[in-house]
Design a protein around this ligand. Structure first.
Ligand code: BES
Ligand code: MN
Ligand code: ZN
Length: 497
């Protein structure tokens, strides 16, 4: 979508978008439009149950006196209560509204009345919401009728601080492009996206940005002793891969911050096979890794002043004659042995070797891992929060605060020695499940924690409940959310650069 910022309105659009504050106070541009249309705005304003409540939209179709087919009036509520994120929400709902009315070009006109949020920030956030909510994954719809396709192509935002807004949005667009990459990866189907093809896409997308991408296959991983990661891919015809991405935007001597992602391109459960209904959802069991790939793209394309590494473990969890069995014991790269009691608890198996490798290879000061690790986190937090588990005090607070700013919310969950004990195995150093149903997400976190070295600050984000959206949210259409990209980009910008 084309989004531009201008001081003065340019060519005539299909739809005008203007603002009204609580009590029916029209902004100057809204007033002038009202005059031109012989009072169309004020008329419906009173007729409809609109009242200019914050974020409410009112569409006027076929107004007299102007050539545009629509006017969309946006309620702002009380001006003093407006927050920056309200404008992202407004932008996001505008995308749906304008498409609903089959609008191709729109002009959003800010008035000078909006004093409480800096005008350029309001404009760039509105644009961000517009853009993020315009995402669609429709490459396999070859027969979609035209009337079902979105119409909106261009939005001109008229604002006096146009240059500043343009500059602010320039960075936001780069991050949005990275979110779109993550969404594309998560949406892609499992017969097309498997470890090898996925690794190639990462290389193709990130190398041109100056990120050093390395791909390890089974042979290299065997040499490194990654018995757990290999055990997950061993039942599949597709070989597992480990991909590392290194971005050096910081000072030479500055330590790496690391991001590790679960990339199970399809999770059947393996020999501990999942039930059939809903199994297709397990194509997005690589959302954690997609967030890492998206984040690396965001950091490199906006030129973040940080040294960051991404590590993603890619495998397909399949049942077959070569698949791992419940009862198998494997040796991880760390030297610790793991008894696999359930082959469906595979995320922790690929992550433990990826985490260890990451620490050995890049000596990071801190690691954030992202994974669609447990169904239990959905029982705990539903679809409103991702879970954050951490061995550090500050890290989770920083992540939570960054998440709030972009609407990707996290909830701090506890760790407990009792849960750590629950994964002691009589036959090996650790078992991959506790055997009970208690605190399922924390059990997964404790498993990972056993692979975190002394002195490394670590946070584990269980994103199983937020990676895929079944009901449209602000800036997230139904489908792949790309959860984590914006959150971690904010986090890096605020706490690591
Ligand atoms: N990928 C699943 C977790 C999941 C479930 C993600 C639903 C998204 C939606 C994970 O690999 C898994 O199967 N976890 C098991 C763990 C159990 C065997 C300890 C689960 O949650 O049932
Ligand atoms: Mn599983
Ligand atoms: Zn899984």
């Amino acid at each position: 979508m084309k989004i531009s910022f201008e001081k003065k309105p340019g060519h005539k659009p299909d739809a005008y978008v203007v603002f009204v504050a609580e009590g029916g106070k029209l902004t100057a541009p809204a007033q002038s439009l009202d005059k031109k249309t012989h009072g169309a705005i004020k008329r419906v304003f009173h007729a409809a149950d609109f009242e200019a409540k914050k974020g409410k939209l009112l569409a006027i179709s076929g107004p007299a006196g102007i050539s545009a087919s629509h006017i969309i009036v946006v309620g702002l509520g009380k001006l003093v209560e407006l927050k920056v994120r309200d404008f992202e929400k407004i932008g996001s709902s505008l995308t749906s509204e304008l498409n609903k009315h089959r609008v191709v070009s729109a002009q959003v006109i800010f008035g000078d009345e909006l004093k409480h949020v800096p005008e350029e920030t309001a404009a760039s956030h509105l644009a961000e919401g517009l853009l993020l909510n315009s995402y669609r994954f429709d490459k396999y719809l070859t027969k979609e009728p035209k009337e079902k396709k979105p119409t909106l192509k261009s939005v001109e935002i008229v604002v006096s601080a146009a240059a500043e807004a343009r500059k602010d949005f320039d960075t936001k667009r780069k991050v949005a492009d990275a979110v779109f990459l993550a969404r594309d990866l998560v949406s892609e189907v499992p017969n097309v996206l498997y470890p090898e093809s996925y690794a190639e896409i990462i290389k193709r997308e990130l190398s041109p940005l100056g990120i050093e991408v390395k791909i390890l296959g089974r042979k290299e991983m065997q040499k490194l002793g990654m018995g757990a990661l290999i055990s997950v891919g061993i039942g599949s015809a597709r070989e597992e891969k480990l991909v590392t991405m290194q971005y050096r935007g910081g000072k030479k001597n500055q330590k790496n911050v690391a991001f590790v992602g679960k990339g199970v391109t399809f999770d059947t459960g393996g020999i501990s096979l999942k039930p059939g209904p809903g199994m297709e959802d397990m194509k997005w069991d690589m959302a954690g890794s997609a967030a890492v790939v998206g984040l690396m793209k965001a950091l490199a394309s906006r030129g973040a002043k940080v040294n960051a590494v991404g590590v993603v473990a890619l495998a397909e969890n399949m049942p077959s004659g070569t698949a791992s069995r419940p009862g198998d014991i494997v040796t991880t790269m760390s030297g610790q042995t793991v008894e696999i009691l359930n082959t469906d608890a595979e995320g922790r198996l690929i992550l433990c070797d990826a985490l260890w490798y990451c620490q050995e290879e890049f000596k990071p000061s801190q690691i954030v891992d992202l994974a669609t690790l447990t169904g239990a986190v959905i029982i705990a937090l539903g679809h409103e929060y991702g879970a954050v588990f951490s061995n550090d005090d500050k890290l989770p607070q920083h992540l939570i605060s960054a998440g709030k700013e972009v609407g990707e919310e996290l909830w701090h969950m506890p760790l407990n020695d009792a849960w750590d004990k629950a994964i002691d195995s009589p036959a090996a150093d650790i078992k991959n499940i506790s055997g009970g149903r208690d605190a399922g997400s924390a059990i997964g976190a404790h498993f990972l924690k056993r692979f975190i070295q002394k002195g490394v600050a670590w946070a584990h984000l269980d994103i199983a409940g937020v990676a895929w959206v079944n009901k449209e949210r602000t800036s997230v259409p139904k489908g792949a959310a790309g959860f984590g990209v914006r959150l971690l980009d904010r986090y890096v910008a605020e706490y690591c650069e």
